[in-house]
Design a protein around this ligand. Structure first.
Ligand SMILES: *Cc1c(COP(=O)(O)O)cnc(C)c1O
Length: 453
């Protein structure tokens, strides 16, 4: 280590950052690299003592703020007892307790918990389990998956294959398994007299047709319930989930709900599926599961699925899938401490008030000449920038307008990180109403800058 170099210089000499064109941060780059020294509540602090409000919950993982005393204490306590143990052939109190509590909290019928250590891995588990279930039940011809346009389920090859955000997927397309992609019920595309529920019913026709034609060779349909987050915070009506559950049952196809981003209160209910209300055959959870502290993921499924794998070893029907840090005790304790907060505090009621404040604070942007839509589901609010408001023509992506919002946010002490031309607020649940007003103000200023108003 060379003491004459700053942390940023050392970083740029040694690291390769996720989801980043590194040249943006190099000598000719125009983006600053934030060096964060500490975090507390919704705030992050750099080495000069400048504070940034974490408006995006550090990539949607943080629920109750940084350095939460209760979660900190739980991890410290666990550290003195057991940091990790193999989960094949061994068990421990935190992993059992967490499984029991997740079974109680999630929609009915999800009675088995399989552990992984990140969201993409959870999606891989659900895909493999669904395929393997049908194989064990005598249907090896079921090999395909159906997903929605604009969907995102992670970056590993299987998860990427069932996604449809071309920015992430196109380069690797030659490596992907073939998937059936059906037009999504995105309410952004509603007609003048249509409600979001109308759009859901109209668009479901495509899903019904795909199922009618392909159910015999299809393992599962995978969706992100209610909000397609990585796809630009596009939202749809719960009616689609109801129709989908009914059709999957009728056609003999599994339903995988990827609530990795929207689970744990983000959409207003503890799980988005409750708004159907539906129970999926597989529920993938990660991100907020540990309150944003440690990598952990779970796939919940039914005993009907579990039973298809329960057999004599020689039949070779077992689910031989594992990850080294599966069910890590420290991560499980962070998750239990997070669930304690939901149990002991009126989190969802508080969020209703905070969500209403987000709506009020962002509402004026609806009249902005370059805003096509301000939309919101619970604690996710998004503002879609366009070049032409009437025709909804997007700004050319090459102009990277969203980055102007990002840069402006940093100068004002807000970490806003738009997805292309979509600015959004997805803050930790411990944000105050004043802080929401502050973020909306910074967002509005940033949008003026980004659009030259
Ligand atoms: C983030 C995300 C994933 C992937 O999770 P990772 O932990 O980043 O691998 C999958 N699905 C959805 C909906 C996500 O938002």
């Amino acid at each position: 280590m060379d003491d004459s170099l700053t942390l940023k210089q050392r970083d740029l000499a040694a690291l390769w950052h996720p989801c980043t064109q590194m040249k943006d941060y190099g000598e000719e780059g125009t983006l600053p690299l934030l060096a964060i020294r500490r975090g507390e509540g919704v705030w992050l602090e750099d080495f000069e003592g400048k504070r940034y409000l974490d408006a995006i919950s550090s990539w949607w993982v943080n629920l109750f703020g940084h350095a939460h005393p209760g979660i900190n204490a739980a991890i410290r306590d666990q550290l003195e007892q057991l940091e990790h143990v193999i989960l094949a052939g061994c068990t421990h109190e935190p992993v059992v307790q967490l499984s029991e509590r997740l079974i109680r909290l999630t929609p009915e019928g999800l009675d088995r918990v399989f552990f992984a250590d990140n969201g993409s891995a959870a999606v891989e588990v659900a895909l493999k389990m669904s395929f393997h279930y049908w194989k064990n039940r005598g249907h090896p011809e079921k090999t395909r998956f159906i997903c929605l346009s604009n969907s995102y389920h992670g970056e590993t090859l299987g998860a990427l294959a069932v996604g449809a955000v071309e920015l992430y997927r196109a380069t690797y397309a030659p490596l992907m398994m073939p998937v059936l992609t059906v037009p999504s019920p995105d309410c952004f595309d509603r007609g003048p007299d249509e409600t979001c529920a109308d759009v859901a019913r109209r668009q479901f026709v495509h899903m019904e047709r795909a199922l009618a034609e392909h159910a015999h060779e299809t393992c599962a349909v995978i969706v992100e319930p209610l909000v397609q987050c990585a796809g630009g915070m596009r939202m749809y009506d719960p009616e689609y989930l109801r129709l989908l559950r009914e059709a999957c049952d009728r056609h003999g196809v599994h339903l995988i709900a990827d609530e990795i981003a929207v689970g744990f209160g983000r959409t207003g209910t503890l799980f988005a599926c409750e708004q159907g209300p539906i129970s999926p055959d597989f529920l993938c959870l990660s991100k907020g599961l540990t309150g944003g502290y440690l990598p952990l993921a779970v796939v919940l499924t039914t005993n009907e699925v579990y039973d298809a794998f329960y057999d004599d070893y020689e039949k070779l029907n077992a689910f031989l899938h594992s990850h080294s840090y599966t069910g890590n005790p420290l991560a499980c304790r962070a998750a239990l401490a997070t669930l304690d907060i939901f149990a002991n505090e009126p989190v969802l009621e508080r969020n209703t008030r905070l969500a209403a404040r987000m709506q009020t604070a962002l509402a004026p942007l609806q009249d902005h000449p370059h805003v096509a839509e301000v939309r919101q589901t619970g604690m996710v609010a998004a503002v879609e920038l366009v070049q032409d408001k009437a025709a909804r023509t997007p700004f050319p992506w090459q102009e990277r307008r969203g980055l102007d919002i990002y840069r402006h946010g940093l100068t004002r002490g807000a970490l806003l990180r738009p997805l292309g031309n979509v600015g959004y607020l997805m803050p930790p649940y411990v944000i105050t109403e004043d802080e929401i007003d502050f973020l909306a103000e910074v967002m509005a200023e940033g949008i003026d800058r980004a659009t030259g108003v």
